[in-house]
Design a protein around this ligand. Structure first.
Ligand code: P6P
Length: 328
């Protein structure tokens, strides 16, 4: 029996929010709470690196020596290292699958009950032009026995088995938005205090909207029915907004209403986005906020996963807009 959604006051810290929610879970033993705190810690560290990126670019392009003669790594590599280190040191995750790595990372925490799938820095090509970027994460309970090394089956789970999911948006402000299955809450980072504060309680996606997000350059590749849907949005004079950074486009649509479309294209006939650490977590979040997510044929969260880096078409956002797309 899930406890009622907790109505906690705006301005409460993330730590306090996590603790209050754990208290509401009679059987919670604190591991998931600690795992969420570990992710928040890595988010603060990556946020600092992202904010420095411009300066590092001034003092030397990534991948080369900077003026201090230090090797500089691409930010998505830095983010990957930071999140994996925080999850390893935190002790609660027995394994991590990252967009940056071909193999699952065994953290050595064999007593950890959870596995994490993560896109450490999605949209990182936007960093050099100072456009918002994001981290996307998804958390599952392991299937293999606690006390043993994680196995592949621990991470090859359907999206509807997620226990938590969220994203960090490194934008004009830095936000952490997550769900543990009892609604979606957003926290805004205060750099001066080094704390995330609850700013968006129980986010609800508007049931419909007037914003559609897709890469117009691929329009001629799209299935005919998707082209028809886009034509109907244009005929209704909806706003076309495409930042080219999934977390930024998704977050805007979550708050204002809208639909994000990444259909099959000639270059990516199965869609570009990855199920495990992009589509599944965002689908969990959007459904928790009253929205919808589909691959055009079925609910994203019901798609069977065969391999970690499996791709899928993605249509996600306001329920009425996604329903209209499906009805075509
Ligand atoms: P395209 C960024 O590379 C990304 O994974 C998402 O953040 C973004 O929505 C999409 O790809 C952009 O892809 O093909 O439109 O440049």
């Amino acid at each position: 029996m899930q406890p009622e959604n907790l109505a906690l006051p705006v301005g409460i810290t993330l730590d306090r929010f996590i603790l209050r929610n754990q208290e509401a879970f009679r059987y919670a033993t604190g591991e998931l709470s600690q795992l969420l705190r570990d992710i928040a810690l890595a988010a603060k560290i990556v946020n600092r690196e992202v904010n420095k990126a411009g300066l590092l670019n001034i003092t030397g392009a990534y991948g080369h020596q900077n003026v201090q003669g230090e090797d500089q790594q691409k930010l998505d590599v830095v983010a990957d290292i930071r999140f994996i280190r925080a999850l390893t040191n935190g002790g609660e995750a027995c394994a991590v699958v990252s967009e940056e790595r071909h193999e699952m990372v065994d953290t050595g925490n064999h007593k950890g009950k959870y596995v994490v799938a993560i896109d450490p820095l999605d949209g990182s090509s936007n960093i050099d032009v100072n456009v918002s970027i994001g981290t996307i994460f998804s958390i599952y309970r392991r299937l293999s026995p606690v006390g043993t090394p994680a196995v592949m089956e621990d991470v090859i789970q359907p999206g509807n088995r997620q226990v938590a999911a969220g994203y960090i948006l490194y934008g004009s402000s830095t936000m952490l938005v997550y769900t543990t299955g009892r609604g979606v809450n957003g926290f805004t980072y205060d750099h001066s205090l080094g704390e995330f504060f609850l700013s968006h309680t129980q986010i609800q996606v508007p049931k419909t909207g007037k914003i559609f997000s897709y890469n117009e350059g691929n329009l001629d590749d799209f299935p005919k029915l998707v082209q028809e849907y886009i034509a109907s949005c244009r005929a209704q004079r909806f706003s076309s907004r495409y930042i080219g950074s999934l977390v930024a486009d998704f977050h805007r649509n979550m708050l204002k209403g809208g639909v994000y479309l990444y259909p099959p294209t000639r270059k990516d006939p199965n869609g570009k986005l990855r199920l495990l650490y992009e589509c599944f977590p965002l689908a969990f979040l959007v459904e928790q906020a009253g929205g919808m997510a589909t691959d055009g044929r079925q609910r994203i969260l019901d798609i069977a996963l065969h391999d970690w880096h499996q791709r899928s078409p993605l249509y996600i956002g306001s329920e009425a807009m996604v329903q209209e797309l499906i009805s075509l």
